[in-house]
Design a protein around this ligand. Structure first.
Ligand SMILES: Nc1ncnc2c1ncn2[C@@H]1O[C@H](COP(=O)(O)OP(=O)(O)OP(=O)(O)O)[C@@H](O)[C@H]1O
Ligand SMILES: [Mg+2]
Length: 463
């Protein structure tokens, strides 16, 4: 930050003092605002943000300390410097406690004022820089794909393999499973990573304007088109265009999209043909093949989109990812809310891992955000979770397995879940599964040995 980028508000009831301060600071290139008292100062601040406020301590009406407290409430990042002729140690201490950056004594000395203001400016820009970095980290964290289940690892592998090609990628999966995250992942691993990633939610844009939104329009192309406008295809030039909720496209837009995929060309509404320079990644939570069978989605478009298909597995099919996701979200939300670090009680993890998560990772994320925000200790426990998750005693009688899950993993899952349903009765489990009891012991031992992961039945009584 330079002085020219720094807005300073000077508050002083003595007019000649105010004017000489204004002159002094303007000469140094600061952007200087002035106010004759605290009330006017607050009014000015309502309209415009100041990086630094330089205020007199003793003023008629609201004092400098009151002003300081008001500023720190509404704009904690504004640095406040107090000027006082009556500076006693107590007021200085009170001022610093209330969050003042510094105070200077009257009569004011030119050099001292400039030095203090320059230091406050430095702090202000450090604080701003720090905030930007924290936001960036939080953004990056949001892009991180957490999970170590075979189902997820396999999906990431396919995505990483597909990424460098120019092929269209279709991402399927239930709501909240991380389809958008996967789309970004494909983009970052592609040759176009340095280009833009532009997303369009086809379901959120009214059908009547979707075409113009995607392809752009010329000035006067239709009523209301007062200026020429770039579409998302143009914005995504050199990068990736993410068409989200593709299952919602109307028949007419489906035709136009098909043309782009076939010929690599499109027409802005009322304009001339353009070459498309985008990689398309599409996603839907609909069963697109069923939509084709029902005649709601063009078969030719389906095949064009479906060059490489990736299915994001539902969270209930990979309960092993739940503890990792829990740890991640609790950390992220703890930092974001300036709380924590948190731990999550084993009982809470257990409940979270057993819940069916119809809203998948998004639901888990929201559940933990709420728990972190409302928690009054640094331990997330059952009391911090919604009732339907804690009271979810219903033994699951079904297991969902993603296509391509290694048989060993399926076997382990079936054994684990049957054990759970029989409350750890290994003999009954063996009978149900048609295997010897000792096979169960062996499989469980293998599982521990193989992955070193803590299994849910570690504390089961031996039957
Ligand atoms: N494996 C994961 N690791 C970390 N965060 C995840 C993971 N999967 C999903 N999320 C988070 O869950 C939320 C939902 O993910 P995303 O928006 O990608 O899902 P989606 O499949 O596009 O959902 P919808 O169909 O509802 O649009 C996001 O906040 C995302 O960051
Ligand atoms: Mg989505």
């Amino acid at each position: 930050m330079t002085p020219a980028e720094t807005t300073l508000l000077v508050v002083e009831d003595d007019r000649s003092n105010l004017e000489s301060l204004e002159r002094l600071l303007s000469k140094e290139d600061y952007k200087v605002l002035t106010a004759p008292d605290a009330r006017v100062a607050l009014e000015v601040l309502r309209k415009q943000r100041a990086h630094i406020v330089l205020t007199d301590l003793m003023m008629p009406g609201l004092s400098g300390i009151d002003l300081l407290k008001a500023i720190k409430t509404v704009s904690p990042e504004t640095e406040v410097i107090l000027m006082t002729a009556y500076g006693t140690v107590e007021t200085a201490v009170e001022a610093m406690r209330a969050g003042a950056y510094d105070f200077v004594e009257k009569p004011l000395k030119r050099m001292q004022i400039l030095k203090t203001v320059a230091k406050a400016m430095e702090k202000s820009s450090l604080v701003a820089e720090n905030r930007t970095l924290r936001e960036e980290i939080s953004q990056l964290r949001k892009r991180e794909i957490i999970g170590n289940s075979p189902a997820l690892r396999q999906v990431l592998e396919v995505a990483a393999q597909a990424a460098p090609s120019v092929a269209t990628v279709l991402i399927l999966g239930e709501s909240g499973t991380g389809k958008e995250l996967l789309a970004r992942y494909v983009h970052t691993k592609s040759q176009r990573a340095a280009g833009p990633f532009v997303g369009v939610n086809c379901a959120a844009i009214p059908e009547s304007i979707l075409e113009a939104e995607l392809f752009g329009h010329e000035r006067g192309a239709f009523t209301g088109a007062v200026a020429k406008r770039e579409g998302r295809f143009a914005q995504a030039k050199g990068g990736t265009l993410f068409l989200d909720e593709i299952g919602e496209l109307s028949a007419s837009v489906q035709v136009k999209l098909l043309r782009v995929l076939q010929e690599g060309e499109y027409e802005p509404v009322g304009g001339r043909t353009q070459r498309a320079d985008v990689r398309i990644v599409a996603a839907t939570n609909r069963d697109l093949a069923a939509e084709v069978a029902a005649g709601r989605f063009r078969e030719d478009l389906y095949y064009r989109l479906n060059v490489i298909a990736i299915t994001a597995p539902p969270l209930r099919s990979r309960p092993g990812d739940v503890p990792l996701l829990v740890e991640h979200f609790v950390k992220v939300f703890g930092q974001r809310n300036n709380k924590g670090p948190f731990t999550v009680s084993p009982a809470a993890i257990e409940k979270l891992a057993h819940y069916a998560w119809p809203g998948n990772v998004r639901e888990l994320e929201n559940t933990l955000e709420r728990a972190v925000v409302l928690s009054r200790s640094n331990v997330i426990d059952l009391a911090d979770l919604p009732r339907q998750i804690v009271e979810n005693e219903r033994a699951r009688s079904e297991i969902v397995v993603s296509i391509g899950t290694p048989l060993e993993e399926i076997e382990r899952t079936v054994i684990r879940e049957t054990l759970r349903a029989t409350q750890g009765d290994k003999r009954l489990t063996a009978q149900l599964l048609g295997i010897a009891t000792r096979t169960i012991y062996r499989k469980l031992a293998e599982e521990r040995g193989a992955s070193g992961e803590v299994t849910d039945d570690d504390d089961e009584p031996v039957a």
